[in-house]
Design a protein around this ligand. Structure first.
Ligand code: HEC
Ligand code: HEC
Length: 346
């Protein structure tokens, strides 16, 4: 009975539903591939399991609508998707540091978003450790969205479509911050990128060129200690030898732990889709992948917290370097970058 009632309520509001009838009680377009979460073969168990936030089609599409909605920012101009752009692996192409409301500048480079369910912590310094509480930071940050949760809830409550979506996702029309966070976590948690050429090569479904094969071998020897497969990060905090910028003096992990020994350490970034997420490093100071790799050979700045693995730089021939760059291109997951389920709804 409840199900039929839901169907009728939804069908009234959403015209297209009348064409699909009441086969399914969800309000996402019928043409879309349903969302699902599964752990790719050979991957570790995720940190975020949806145990207390069951992934549903309606929860996911509500999260997507919120992610792309400028009303989450004070002047309606900045959505999560303004800085996290799908074609750029959900990073911000060509922006060294983030631009938020009124074009105000932050201090850090927008990281790409994928495989968030495996991240034990978030941000370049690991300052937040729960996917569900993470969005409070950009929302309240004065140079990002500069909003408050009560104001967002007031705005969303004036929108009948949102009420319908909260009801479909959570059982009734109540809009509260917990539900907003849960929906966003469903959307981001379901964004899995595991179908790059590299993934298919590992499964024996694609061939690598000789250069890509060499690149993988050299990468495993010289980079894999930190950028560990299959996520291409061990999620530790390390100082990889960037000269600190005296103006910003971002101390990284020490900002959170207050330990001198953590100064200038940053979270090892996962390198999936790295060829499309330029610029690079926590402050976006490096503009090309070639330069990012070259720096490990010729541009390591020694300081007391420099990772011991990088003392004196990494030895590599020009051919090794080129091979690593070719290999890094195999981490681009075109299907993920074009997956309509993660795109801004029309
Ligand atoms: C003004 C640009 C901007 C906006 C708007 C923005 N972000 Fe971000 N996002 C960033 C930056 C910059 C970081 C890195 C911050 C840091 O490390 O201190 C980040 C980090 C993240 C991370 C952590 C990724 C990781 O690998 O650790 C997640 C998740 C995220 N943002 C989701 C969101 C969501 C959800 C919204 C909307 C509620 C949003 N962002 C809005 C720029 C933005
Ligand atoms: C000692 C650990 C360590 C090793 C070894 C290491 N890296 Fe990194 N890498 C890091 C850390 C930490 C960062 C982030 C530094 C920052 O932004 O302050 C990083 C950043 C990067 C980035 C930028 C990614 C982005 O999204 O901005 C690339 C590309 C990269 N590394 C490639 C490599 C390659 C290629 C090698 C081997 C030649 C390598 N790394 C070896 C720790 C390491």
């Amino acid at each position: 009975m409840k199900k039929i009632w839901l169907c009728i309520t939804l069908a009234v509001g959403v015209g297209w539903l009348s064409t699909v009838g009441c086969k399914k009680d969800t309000i996402s377009p019928d043409s879309e591939e349903p969302i699902a979460f599964s752990v790719p073969v050979g991957w570790p168990a995720p940190s975020y399991t949806f145990a207390n936030n069951k992934l549903t089609q309606d929860g996911f599409t509500l999260g997507r609508k919120l992610f792309y909605d400028g009303r989450l920012s004070r002047d309606n101009s900045v959505s999560c998707g303004s800085c996290h752009q799908q074609f750029s692996g959900f990073a911000h192409l060509d922006h060294p540091i983030s631009h938020g409301i009124n074009n105000l500048l932050g201090t850090r480079n927008t990281p790409g978003l994928s495989n968030m369910a495996w991240h034990p912590a978030f941000f370049w310094d690991g300052g937040v450790n729960n996917l569900e509480s993470q969005p409070i930071n950009p929302i309240e940050n004065h140079v990002e969205m500069d909003m408050t949760l009560p104001e967002i809830i007031t705005r969303l409550n004036t929108d009948a479509d949102y009420k319908k979506r909260f009801k479909a996702a959570f059982g009734d029309e109540t809009i509260n911050s917990q539900r907003i966070f849960k929906a966003l976590a469903q959307f981001m948690g379901a964004m899995v990128s595991a179908d790059s050429k590299y993934d298919r090569y590992v499964k024996g479904e694609a061939e690598f060129t000789d250069q890509e094969k060499t690149g993988l071998t050299v990468f495993r020897q010289k980079c894999g200690g930190c950028h560990a497969e299959p996520l291409f990060s061990d999620f530790s905090y390390r100082n990889n030898g960037l000269l600190p910028d005296p103006l910003v003096n971002d101390t990284g992990r020490a900002h959170i732990t207050r330990e001198v020994t953590d100064k200038y350490k940053f979270r090892v970034p996962p390198l999936r889709n790295v060829a499309v997420t330029k610029p690079y490093m926590h402050d976006g100071r490096i503009t090309t992948l070639e330069a990012a790799v070259e720096r490990y050979r010729s541009g390591i700045f020694a300081s007391p917290t420099l990772d011991p693995a990088l003392t004196g730089g990494i030895t590599m021939t020009d051919a090794d370097k080129q091979a690593i760059v070719s290999f890094l291109h195999t981490l681009t997951d075109t299907a993920f970058l074009h997956d309509a389920r993660f795109a801004e709804p029309k």
